[in-house]
Design a protein around this ligand. Sequence first.
Ligand code: SF4
Ligand code: SF4
Length: 443
Amino acid sequence: MESPAHPHPAGSTVAADLTPQCVHCGLCLQACPTYIELGKEADSPRGRIYLMQARQRGRLPVAGSFAEHISACLDCRACESACPSGVPYGELVEQAREVVEQQLKRPFLVDALRRYVFGWVFPSPRILRIHFHLLRLYQRLGLQALVRGLAALKLIPARLAGMERLLPDLRGRAAPVELGAIFKSNGATRFRVGLVAGCVMNEIFAGIHHATIRVLQRNGCEIVVPSSQVCCAALHAHAGITATAQEMAKRNIQAFEQASVSAVIVNAAGCGAKLKEYGALLAHDPEFSSRARSFSQKVVDISEFLDGLPALSPPGRLELRVAYDDPCHLLHAQRIGQAPRRLLQQIPGLELLELQYPDQCCGSAGIYNITHPELSMRILERKVEDIKQCGPAAVATGNPGCLLQIGQGLRMADLSHIQVMHPLEILDRAYRSESFGNGRNPD
Ligand code: SF4
Ligand code: SF4
């Protein structure tokens, strides 16, 4: 079923007020990228919680500083890792954004574009695929080169121009994994698992899916890619478009229930974090609350799954200096930091390097680099400088947004010789004993 959902629904989560858990100690401030960059209390986790409380007490309207500072949050959840009181900041900011979404009046065109993208494109793999076909055509016919060459980007709205600049080179990429496909294990089958295809992940980074499938096959897994799955709805939940997120979550739960798998495997950190939170997203739905909890319990990040087996050691050597960068939604939301490092460390010949600040956001944060391009670039510059000081041949990170953002940052800093890869691509190459060199960053 691919019926579009309405992005401005009347429905809403029935949520308890969790802000009193914050004791305003400020221990999270130095973990917050927006506070580090802007130095303003209102752009810190504590400041945003004050704003949430002021709004709840009727002392602050939604339009104005409340909407502005809530939307300037990356939702990176570094503050959650730093908080000694266990404040569930991710949940708080999504609740606040739901209020903004329902009450803020946006210009007609912005509103129409949001309705189209969130309500029609992302909930439908078929419509999303059509858009990516059009983008490929735009690049293949040389229109992109023409637009950039004629400086036509200066003539269109800044945000649209920013989106165009971020557009990766889609030519020559691996074909998406077909929904409905089943991949047999190499040898005896130990597990039947489901693969989350995702939205952007399957259209831009299908090569990572193919690497993931090959690694799972070698480790005795039969992989099912349920045909009726849709985007995980993380973008919707982060934007406060809760009812659409709930509808999409239900479709995914049904899709994976029908596939009868023992684990739901995801290789994109942002998607994994949201899929593990379906239990909370549907907590008040009488039909789906317990099904959502069961589903979420089956969701595992690919690094967590392979680390737990444990995965077979690669037979050959791979001489490569790799710096691992933690995706925020893997480290802070899922609390997974060591599993991907262990997977990389088990590759003979690979030297694992530590960045100085691997736990700091790269500024991608879903569509933050589109909604807040200037701040996103400032945060990215810190990440690129950290990588430059570390001097790896490759950076490994397990999230599509981070792959794109770091790749763009390295290109802008003339550091394109540093490859940006998903840890599973590296592991797959080690299994296949492929040599590096002439590698290409995700564009
Ligand atoms: S969110 Fe946590 S760390 Fe930050 S001010 Fe509140 S209690 Fe302190
Ligand atoms: S989620 Fe990230 S950007 Fe937002 S308040 Fe927390 S640390 Fe700051």
